[in-house]
Design a protein around this ligand. Structure first.
Ligand code: 3HC
Length: 310
């Protein structure tokens, strides 16, 4: 019986079919999807913090409206991904508790500070740009709910990336001080954005299995390279330089060679020693605490009006 179900699972994955919540799946497939989807959702929620710092400081009403829309989108992406993860038999409360107690991760990139307004542009262009490069292949992930969530999220990410790029273009073509502010932000966000794609392939503990299961469609280094190749011409249009003296076109590879990434920095950030790890977690836990009354009111309302508990 089990062998037949396991064979059916393997055949479905081999045929690029979608695995749906009620289908049989190996426990390890379920576990790695819960891990990745939960951490993806956590990243969206924590990712609201760096940009939210600038909503009340935006230089114009137009910029404020754009940034508010983007941060609200990130919250929605998080809730969308928690809902998709719940189809695997875990509860949102359980996942949030794992985040709050450091047993589940969120993306390293959100442990860096947004020091000037130009950082909002660099985050949109580079961080959301990297997220798009990583998320487009996830639209073809073998697990149905995750793949479908990615389709909707990728459409909104394009707006996020575009508004960041346009913000940087305005600054870069502005006064010398504005140009310098844009260059400083790109200098600080470039290397951490490359780290978003994960460790090098030969140090990636999950890649081989995730690629066999068609959760991961391309390796960390492949997507990192794709992102570098996309950004170099965009930086030229921006009139900003990427902070890597070894960056150069390699005609034989038809790709850009780039300098070494500081993986000790990456590992330190993952260990909790990044510039903003403590602050991000304190703010997250406080927000969860302060939101208790909203959750209680929602449950009370559902109980009173006989709907299934929220
Ligand atoms: N930050 C934190 N942890 C990371 C990481 C990063 N940038 N990259 C890798 N890791 C962790 C992995 O989680 C794993 O640790 P774990 O076993 O405790 O989970 C370990 O490092 C080994 O890495 P692997 O490459 O073996 O792990 P994966 O196969 O999971 O690959 C990944 C890492 C490419 C990030 C993959 O998990 C993935 O594609 N996740 C979905 C995308 C995602 O999470 N994006 C977050 C970006 S931010 C965002 O989307 C918000 C946007 O709106 C800006």
């Amino acid at each position: 019986e089990q062998d037949a179900m396991s064979a059916a699972f393997d055949a479905a994955v081999a045929a690029d079919a979608r695995i749906e919540p009620r289908d049989w799946m190996p426990d390890a497939y379920r576990a790695t999807l819960i891990r990745q989807m939960a951490q993806h959702a956590h990243s969206e929620i924590i990712g609201m913090q760096p940009e939210a710092n600038w909503i009340s400081r935006a230089p114009s009403l137009r910029r404020k409206a754009i940034l508010m829309a983007k941060v609200q989108d990130e919250a929605g992406h998080g809730l969308y991904l928690y809902s998709a993860a719940e189809t695997l038999g875990v509860s949102r409360d359980e996942l949030l508790d794992k985040l709050h107690t450091g047993r589940q991760r969120y993306s390293s990139i959100f442990n860096y500070p947004t020091l000037t307004w130009a950082d909002v542009g660099a985050v949109g262009w580079l961080v959301d740009g990297a997220a798009i490069t990583n998320q487009v292949p996830l639209c073809r992930c073998s697990y149905g709910p995750y793949a479908r969530a990615m389709v909707r999220i990728c459409k909104e990410e394009s707006f996020h990336q575009r508004q960041g790029y346009e913000l940087l273009l305005a600054l870069s073509r502005g006064t010398p001080a504005q140009h310098a502010m844009a260059q400083d932000a790109v200098d600080r966000w470039w290397w951490p954005s490359l780290m978003m794609f994960g460790p090098p392939d030969d140090e990636s503990s999950h890649s081989a299995q995730s690629m066999t299961w068609k959760i991961k469609r391309h390796s960390n280094d492949e997507l990192r390279q794709r992102f570098v190749d996309i950004c170099v011409p965009q930086a030229e249009v921006l009139g900003l330089t990427l902070p890597d003296p070894e960056l150069r076109w390699n005609a034989s590879r038809e790709a850009y060679d780039y300098g070494p990434i500081d993986w000790t920095e990456f590992q330190e950030v993952l260990r909790g020693n990044g510039p903003c790890n403590d602050q991000r977690m304190e703010q997250r836990r406080a927000a969860h605490e302060e939101g208790t009354w909203v959750r209680d009111a929602g449950v009370a309302y559902a109980a009173k009006h006989g709907e299934a508990a929220a």
